[in-house]
Design a protein around this ligand. Structure first.
Ligand SMILES: Nc1ncnc2c1ncn2[C@@H]1O[C@H](COP(=O)(O)OP(=O)(O)OP(=O)(O)O)[C@@H](O)[C@H]1O
Length: 257
C-alpha cells in the first residue's frame, strides 16, 4: 500500500476572531487531485496556506512524506527546511500571477530560475528546458525573452504552471488559479493543468469556490463552510448525492449554471 504524501490531523488556524480553519483531517495520496471548495470567507485559502507552512498552525499536524520516504512534520519545520522542501518537492500557484511570478524578469528566467535554485547552471540547457516548458503550456517559445507583464492573464497563469512544474514537484498547492480568468480561458487552463498533472503524476490541492472546477479535476473534494470541513469524499459522490445542506446548495448552483 502506497504511503500518503500528506496526512493532516486536527489542523486549526485561529485568527482569534472566530475566523480561520478548524479541526481539518484528511490524507492525500501521491498523484491525487483534491479540491477544497466553499464560499468566499469559508477558510479555504487559510487552510491551504497552513498546509503549505506559510501560516503557522495553532493546533494539529501535517505530516509530509518526501521522495526518499522520509517524513516531515510541517507545522514545526524550521524555515530553512521549509524553503528547501518548497524548492525541491512542492509548487505553489497563486490566484494573482503577480504574486507567483517575477514580473520584472523574462518568461524564460521565471522558469529557469527555479532550476537554478536546485543547482543547475548550464545556460544552454536551462534555456532549452525553459523553451520546452513554454511550449508545454502553449506559449510560443519565441516569447522566452518577453516579460510576463506583456502576457495576457491566461498566459501568465500558464507561465506560473510552467514555473512550478519544471522542477518536477510531487505536490502542488493551487489557490484559486482560475479566479481572475474569463470562462473560456478558464476551460483551456483547466484542461492543460489536468493533462500536465496527470502525465507527471503530481498530487494537487486546489482551492476553488467552484464545484464545476472540482468536477473537472479532482478525484476527491472537501467542502468548507465557516472554517470547517462539512463534507469530504469522492467528487462524483458529492456531486451525485451531496449529504450536507451546504453541499446540496453548491451542487444545485452548478446544475443551474
Ligand atoms: N490575517 C487575518 N486576520 C484575521 N482574519 C482573517 C485573516 N485572513 C483571513 N481572515 C478571515 O478568515 C476567514 C477565512 O478567510 P480565507 O481567505 O481563508 O477564506 P476563503 O474561503 O479562501 O475566501 P476567498 O474565497 O474569498 O479567498 C475570513 O472570514 C477572513 O475574513
Amino acid at each position: 500500500m502506497m504511503a500518503p504524501i500528506l496526512t493532516v490531523s486536527g489542523l486549526s488556524k485561529d485568527y482569534g476572531n472566530g475566523q480561520g480553519c478548524f479541526d481539518v483531517n484528511f490524507e492525500l495520496y501521491p498523484g491525487e487531485v483534491l479540491c477544497i471548495v466553499g464560499e468566499s470567507g469559508s477558510g479555504k485559502s487559510t487552510l491551504l496556506s497552513t498546509l503549505a507552512g506559510r501560516l503557522v498552525a495553532d493546533a494539529g499536524s501535517v505530516r509530509f512524506t518526501d521522495r526518499d520516504g522520509a517524513q516531515h512534520e510541517l507545522t514545526c519545520l524550521p524555515e530553512a527546511e521549509r524553503r528547501r522542501l518548497a524548492r525541491s518537492e512542492w509548487g505553489f500557484v497563486t490566484q494573482h500571477a503577480r504574486d507567483g511570478l517575477r514580473m520584472g524578469v523574462s518568461a524564460g528566467a521565471n522558469v529557469s530560475e527555479r532550476l537554478m535554485a536546485l543547482g543547475q547552471r548550464h545556460y544552454g540547457r536551462l534555456r532549452q528546458t525553459a523553451g520546452d516548458w513554454l511550449e508545454k503550456v502553449e506559449i510560443d517559445r519565441a516569447r522566452l525573452d518577453d516579460k510576463p507583464s506583456a502576457f495576457s492573464g491566461g498566459m501568465q497563469q500558464r507561465l506560473q504552471i510552467a514555473r512550478n512544474l519544471v522542477t518536477q514537484p510531487r505536490l502542488v498547492f493551487m489557490d484559486e488559479p482560475t479566479g481572475g480568468l474569463d470562462v473560456s480561458v478558464q476551460a483551456r487552463f483547466l484542461d492543460l493543468t489536468r493533462r500536465l498533472v496527470r502525465d507527471a503524476g503530481i498530487a494537487v490541492i486546489m482551492v476553488t469556490h467552484d464545484l464545476g472546477v472540482a468536477r473537472l479535476l479532482a478525484q476527491r473534494t472537501l467542502v468548507m463552510q465557516k472554517g470547517r470541513v462539512v463534507e469530504a469524499g469522492l467528487t462524483d459522490q458529492i456531486l451525485d448525492d451531496p449529504q450536507h445542506p451546504y453541499s446540496q446548495l453548491l451542487v444545485s448552483s452548478i446544475l443551474q449554471a
